[in-house]
Design a protein around this ligand. Sequence first.
Ligand code: ATP
Length: 236
Amino acid sequence: AARRAHLKVRGLSAGYGAFPVLRDLAFEARPGLTVILGPNGAGKTTLLRALNGLIPRKGEVLLDGDDLPEKTHEIVRGGVVLVPEGRQLFPQLTVLENLELGGWLVPKSERSARIEQVLADFPKLRERSGQLAGTMSGGEQQMVAVARAMVSSPRLLMLDEPSLGLAPRMVDELLAIARRIADSGTTVLMVEQNVKKALAVADRGYVLERGTLVASGPAKLLARSTVIRETYLGAQ
Ligand code: ATP
């Protein structure tokens, strides 16, 4: 069932100890696919970590009008799941075992049905369900990480650079998966450095530079904007 979650953020600040990284951010992730672009070190990962409760945050974060909890397990229980940069799978466990770990908060009676649904949505993983995750290619591992997150049927899925280090064909496949998930009713908030391809699949985009949002808009318009063309796409 489509749930169409809407994340609304106002005055968000976060950092590491006394070191501020994000300052007073305001943005939204509406139903669909929202991408946050920006250079290395802009604070993109920090933003997802703050929303996921891995580091403290200040400001207002509303999911469908309700305050997002501050502790990670409560955030996950509330339907917000992060696929971290670097995937963080259990390499010595099989694909299926990794998916089962994605169901830790799913009631036991629903777990096997959820995993069955995810294997139906990711047929490539069904073929590989007995393979050790650590022996898969980078793209396949990224797919497992996304599938693992989907086991808990999140309302909001956060993806941290899903295309990082992947071959172009796999980049396209992972971004198509993100699009498909957004179309099936899970709101997706994705951080990417692959500007052109990310804007081609996203509905809306934001540009984060040095901890501040400097541009935003519908993905198609943003792709044609001066800031994106000159700074990120190398305007011809
Ligand atoms: P990248 O794509 O390189 O991961 P990013 O936009 O995701 O870039 P962040 O990882 O969020 O950037 O880093 C933002 C800033 O926070 C950087 O200046 C970084 O050095 C700093 N930072 C990140 N992690 C920590 C940490 N654990 N302790 C202190 N500072 C950190």
